[in-house]
Design a protein around this ligand. Sequence first.
Ligand code: MUC
Ligand code: MG
Length: 375
Amino acid sequence: MTSQLKILSVETLLVDVPTIRPHKLSVATMNHQTLVLVRIESSDGIVGWGEGTTIGGLAYGEESPESIQVNLDTYVAPLLVGQDPRAVARLMARLRGSVQGNRFGKCAVETALYDGQARRLSVPLSELFGGRVRDSIPVAWTLASGDTRRDIAEAERVLELRRHNVFKLKIGLRAVKDDVAHVAAIKRALGDMASVRIDANQAWSVPQALEGMRMLADAGIDLVEQPIAAGDKAGLQRLTQANILPVMADEALHGPRDAFEVASLGAADVFAVKINQSGGLHGAAQVAAIAQAAHVGLYGGTMLEGAVGTMASAQIFSTFGELAWGTELFGPLLLTEEILREPLAYRDFSLQIPTTPGLGIDIDEDKVARLRRGR
Ligand code: MUC
Ligand code: MG
């Protein structure tokens, strides 16, 4: 009977959810997030969920929510329907053989297949990746309202709640000295109670980054994320080797091949590992393995996914032997709508990782059906 197990459907859903406040990055101001969800149902009644969410339409990456959906519906779903859902590795190899690029769509499908398979086996998803070394992970918060006083008030509120004590500040829209003044004011207000880091999302040139980093080091900032263009790996190498502040690669990492190149060049002190940018959970685990082999530090990044991508990330990050820089898995907290019956548990500056089967979350399907685009 079970040998005839088949995938019955691969459904994609776009869910537009307003953010709690404008989230200002150098590449886009987000007033809402579009969750790209994938639901895979099999003939044993098991449903697995995955997510391929990106940031700011086409402003951040080369896949948009709409392109991810149409590519999955047109080219990927037909390769999966009718196949055995238990053969996850074989299905993903088949997909890689027929579909170029599309890292976000591949991540969503791989996650949904592993969620389903882990539910089938009654184990948390982390167990399919060698098992976890932690049941909770530290979570940073991004201050990106664009207003210094509002950012300070927001940081003080979440510190008081013991929700976050690591803050990443989005900069790059103003002159370097104005951005540094904004960051320094926030660090002065928070003092030793918090770690403050910045992400310029590629906005600076190498000379601007060198100038900015010197001033940020004086202001007590701990880490600089992707200050210059993603493609400029030699530039990242110069910044890292200048030894002013630890440098983290984010947009420069589109999976294991980039990770290998950046690590070989000594072009980053830390990697922001993201499941979608890595093309899936295995890709993320490979990026982490390359980092560890090269003595590059690890940070669990986000594409501001909702609960599905956030918990998929948490499950895989829970298996990393080293996670010295923590994570930023706060995506669901930036959104005004909850799509789970029981929200994710954030406490003591950390996200708790469930031990229930699969991703360990319970999607409110009626709520998702009400929120989905074009219902
Ligand atoms: C990025 O570039 O890191 C992650 C957190 C956040 O606020 O934006 C994202 C993208
Ligand atoms: Mg970043």
